[in-house]
Design a protein around this ligand. Sequence first.
Ligand code: RIB
Ligand code: CA
Length: 313
Amino acid sequence: MARKVILDVDPGIDDAVALCMALSDPRLEVLAVTAVGGNCSPAQATRNVQAIIEELDPPRWPRLGAASAPDDGLPVDGRHLCGVDGLGGADFDVAELHHLHPSEKVICDQVRAAGEGAVTIITLGPLTNIARAFQRDPELPSLVGQVVMMGGSVTGSGNITPAAEFNIYCDPRCARAVFRSHSTKTLIPLDVTNRIVLSYDLLGRLPDQSTKVGRFLRKLLPPAFRNYRQQFGLEGIHVHDTVALTAVTHPELFTTEEMAGDVETSGELTTGMTIFDRRRVPAWRHNMEVAVDMRADQVIDAILRSLTGVGSG
Ligand code: RIB
Ligand code: CA
């Protein structure tokens, strides 16, 4: 039985690559793809979700959700890595922009329809939609099977500030609300996702240009490699969101620890920082599993097998 999932995304090149993997993985039933602002504006994220689904045209289209701005607005975007349009200027056509329900409504409806414990929400962007869904339906945290979040940093530094990881930094108050909710949570932090770098030779191993996935990835990936070389002098790209997705499809490749985590929401230098009580005798109550290690070679292999069409990852 395929695992029912909702993907909450701020596409974002690595979000789009993760979506490409999820939509072609027989182990997953993608019930919905909900847009959230982050790498690009909420409106652009909503447009990008529609464009990605149209490009990949999966056998069964997921419900789509429209992003709306966080209460405090977006403090930053991901244009330095994803371009102004969020997809590296891939300029995918969108046949027609359908009127979509708000992402938080789609999340509530899909979790309710699937039944208690049936749905895994995989968040690959800021946590705005999840916090709003929990506000909209206070029973939702206990109805969701699991929330798997790409975000935060345990022992390392941030990536958008020295202290904060991008997804948390974009909406720290909503991230805190989700961290403090009674949902079953797993965090996939930069400590593990930074360890995966896909090298340039991936471009030579993509599915043929005649396939939808081949055309999609050949438009999407070259700008990502260019931006990483220009920004970081790196001959490869991080794919944080595909690592988080792999933690759902291949949990056996990851080691997690129970931790007590929270989010700084007001520090001049530390807003968006994820804090964990790892004292010998912690005072905070454990509230999530956190990925602390993984078999990186096998994670890369699973990602490459999925993207090159050799099996389902
Ligand atoms: O910090 C990495 C995360 O921020 C990824 O999800 C990337 O897409 C951006 O959203
Ligand atoms: Ca993302």
